[in-house]
Design a protein around this ligand. Structure first.
Ligand SMILES: [Zn+2]
Length: 342
């Protein structure tokens, strides 16, 4: 453990350009308004906030609501209320100024459209006419954990004549060349993945017109000048595709730090479906913001589990770089010790 801890500090010091005075650190917290924020969301928000503020950076609150079916405006207000109550402030976002366009994704679709048009013109995308049934048949269980489901390159080399006779509305796929994508995660070190032409071609715009997560996130991180991304470990695999996409868009990818996921005793990630762990429920049951922040810092390996601490106290007293649990893949939440659950 000690060795890993030292290694983490080395990455943080050596591979972060933020250590130089001339660079303005910009990070983002990017929740989806599909429910109330729970401990797992706040865990990411708190650590992101702590690191950014300790490095004199700016935080963008980006609302990822491209999934219009599941997103609700009332949940955006819920996110704002929870962050404000916890004392986790941000610099750009809803209700604040923003320097790189609106920070709500549903207000940025014209930018995604423009990006798709450019990539199509450059020959980086192609229309895919495959039916859902066909895609389901080729991407079965073995690939369930991958960020993009495995494809077989079926529509990659259709001729113009073969395309014009199609009756189904196409999705747009990114054409991946055989390549190896590497990056150094600030917490977990060197990461590497071999991407395969055809098999790894991924959808950037669905047949129903909805833009894919990979496209929207890459466009936004690039356009918003994000320098460091702090997010859950479940998105590690997505990072390879986003780095590839950002390079093709002409952006320099940010540095990445994938934080451990909070899981229950069965190893299942905390989710909006679980009761009693949303910030709203905790607040309404009498739990204080200091108890929640103290408990999350305990999970990070920094304090005792009964510690109570406000966000501003954490900023003064807790050094992100010494939170010893952050190199783990996941952290089991000891609900029994959770004195914040009454
Ligand atoms: Zn296809």
């Amino acid at each position: 453990m000690k060795k890993r801890f030292i290694r983490m500090q080395m990455y943080l010091i050596k591979s972060c350009p933020f250590q130089t005075d001339h660079m303005q650190v910009r990070t983002r917290f990017a929740p989806s308004p599909t429910g109330f924020m729970h401990l797992g969301n706040i865990w990411i928000a708190l650590l992101n906030w702590l690191w950014t503020r300790q490095n004199k950076g700016k935080i963008v609150l980006r609302i990822e609501d491209i999934d219009t079916q599941r997103s609700k405006p009332s949940y955006i207000q819920g996110i704002l209320d929870d962050l404000s109550w916890l004392g986790l402030d941000f610099d750009e976002g809803p209700g604040h100024s923003f320097s790189y366009g609106d920070t709500i994704q549903s207000q940025r679709t014209h930018l995604y459209e423009e990006t798709c048009r450019d990539l199509l013109k450059q020959g980086e995308l192609y229309p895919c006419f495959c039916s859902r049934a066909r895609l389901h048949a080729i991407s079965s269980a073995p690939h369930a954990n991958e960020a993009v489901s495995s494809y077989d390159g079926h529509c990659r080399n259709l001729t113009e004549q073969e395309r014009v006779v199609q009756t189904k509305a196409p999705s747009l796929r990114f054409k991946v060349d055989d390549c190896r994508i590497e990056f150094t995660d600030l917490l977990k070190g060197k990461q590497s993945k071999h991407l395969r032409a055809g098999f790894d071609d991924f959808v950037v715009k669905r047949a129903d017109g909805m833009f894919a997560y990979q496209l929207a996130v890459s466009q936004d991180d690039g356009a918003m000048g994000i320098t460091h991304v702090f997010r859950g470990n479940d998105l590690m695999d997505s990072t390879f595709y986003q780095i590839l996409l950002m390079r093709k868009m002409g952006y320099t990818p940010p540095a990445y730090a994938h934080l451990p996921l909070l899981v229950d005793q069965q190893g299942i990630r905390l989710s909006k479906r679980q009761h009693g762990i949303s910030v709203k429920e905790l607040r309404e049951s009498g739990t204080t913001a200091e108890e929640i922040i103290g408990f999350l810092l305990y999970l990070a390996g920094e304090t005792g589990h009964k510690c109570r601490m406000s966000a501003s106290e954490a900023l003064r007293n807790v050094d992100f770089n010494t939170c010893r649990n952050l190199t783990k893949d996941s952290i089991t939440v000891p609900f029994k010790k959770m004195n914040i659950l009454r």
